[in-house]
Design a protein around this ligand. Structure first.
Ligand code: NAD
Ligand code: ZN
Ligand code: ZN
Length: 387
């Protein structure tokens, strides 16, 4: 089959590889009909998360081709979306609605602490050896483990593009709002007008927010955010400017909720490291720090953006003094996917308006290039393996 292979930093290509086969009674093989490129894929693409060559892609849907002997909920021909964490559905963490930390799906022990403190847990499709080493879905076919737990059937009257983002970015954006326990009336500041930031904004409205502000460095993304969700927009100039505007909007208090939909940026992180070595000084603030300054006392900072490095600038003094609630991590997509599908069916939310590019799988490398470098007003790339 054809699949998008990661070979090394900035080096991806569509290659011919072996078709996936059933390896376990709970496996299914899916013929992928639509798959998307995510900001999270860029961390691998940029070389920030090291891995051996593998098929990338954790946002995919398609038609069930084959199921293992243990699968009775799916049959050949069913059309499904697949949540991005590989999760068993039976371990301690799956039972606590934390599928992103599943203990059984990642047999390799790992942990950022290293040494004796390593822990097992947490696997994603197409997302490095650290996260289980599973091949992903930017391919014609993909093996889906635990297929009785993850995949959800979708009704025929909804197109692929209407439901594809149930795999990751919609439940992820929703998690940022859900973690913050948004109940109605809140002022939500969202950092990043990328696909995740826009999904967080759409989710904030579903949960009754009173006011949504989206901040980004890129004007075209802010313009796109305004087209695709209700929001006020703010062009990032500096940490101080953004914090001041947010306080001015809230009688000096700060936002009730700040959602970090940026994470670490490779270019800025590199700059920080150089600055730190050359001048022995603190590098430029990370978005998480701006969130901590812009949130009100007792407010919530939800961290959806990925941080793959240790953040030694973390403002622990603010955390304590302001009594901030801090929450983040891989989103528990399984927890939210069914109710979010209901919102789509009822027409309460539209997701496909963020798609800027539709490409055949054969042009996936070009898709990575334009998404990474924000060329051609790229916001979200959907790849079509069948075309
Ligand atoms: P993206 O790269 O398209 O979006 C990031 C946005 O942040 C861009 O629009 C960029 O211009 C903006 N940005 C950069 N610097 C900024 C600044 N100083 N202020 C404001 N905005 C700034 O990626 P995405 O697909 O939207 O994903 C966003 C983040 O969420 C990534 O880190 C991704 O890895 C992560 N993510 C996490 C989960 C999860 O489960 N927690 C799931 C999906 C994605
Ligand atoms: Zn993703
Ligand atoms: Zn599990």
């Amino acid at each position: 089959m054809k699949a998008l292979m990661f070979h090394g930093p900035r080096n991806v290509s569509v290659d011919t590889v072996d078709d996936p086969i059933l390896k376990d009674a709970r496996d299914a093989i899916i013929r992928v009909t639509s798959t998307a490129i995510c900001g999270s894929d860029l961390h691998i693409y940029n070389g920030s998360l090291p891995t051996t060559p593998m098929v990338l892609g954790h946002e995919f849907m398609g038609i069930v081709e084959e199921v293992g002997k243990g699968i009775s909920n799916l049959k050949r021909g069913d059309r499904v979306v697949v949540p991005f964490p590989v999760a068993c559905g039976t371990c301690f963490f799956c039972n606590h609605e934390l599928p992103g930390h599943c203990e059984n799906s990642n047999p390799k022990h790992y942990g950022p602490e290293g040494g004796l403190l390593t822990q097992k847990g947490g696997a994603l499709f197409g997302y490095t050896d650290l996260y289980g080493g599973y091949d992903g879905g930017q391919a014609e076919f993909v093996r889906v483990p635990y297929a009785d737990y993850g995949p959800r059937k979708v009704p025929d009257f909804l197109s692929d593009e209407q439901v594809l983002f149930l795999t990751d970015i919609f439940p992820t954006g929703y998690s940022g709002i859900d973690w913050a326990e948004v109940r109605g009336g809140e002022f939500v500041a969202i950092f990043g007008a990328g696909p995740v930031g826009i999904m967080a904004a759409k989710s904030a409205w579903l949960r009754g927010a009173a006011r949504v502000l989206i901040i980004d460095t890129q004007q075209y993304r802010l313009d796109k955010a305004k087209e695709t969700t209700r929001c006020e927009i703010l062009r990032w100039e500096s940490h101080d400017q953004v914090v001041q505007v947010i306080r001015d909007m809230s009688e000096g208090r700060g936002a009730d909720v700040c959602v970090d939909c940026v994470g670490f940026e490779p270019d800025r992180d590199l700059l920080d490291r150089v600055k730190a070595v050359v001048n022995l000084e603190k590098g430029s603030p990370k978005i998480i720090e701006t969130c901590m300054s812009a949130v009100r006392r007792g407010g919530v900072v939800s961290v959806l953006g990925v941080y793959a490095t240790t953040n030694d600038n973390f403002p622990v003094g603010q955390f304590f003094d302001k009594g901030i609630k801090l929450v983040g991590g891989q989103a528990p997509a399984h927890r939210h996917i069914d109710k979010l599908l209901d919102h789509i069916i009822k027409g309460e939310v539209v997701l496909d308006d963020i798609i800027s590019h539709r490409l055949p799988l054969s042009q996936a490398a070009h898709g990575y290039d334009i998404f990474r470098h924000k060329k051609d007003n790229c916001l979200k790339v959907v790849l079509k393996p069948g075309e």
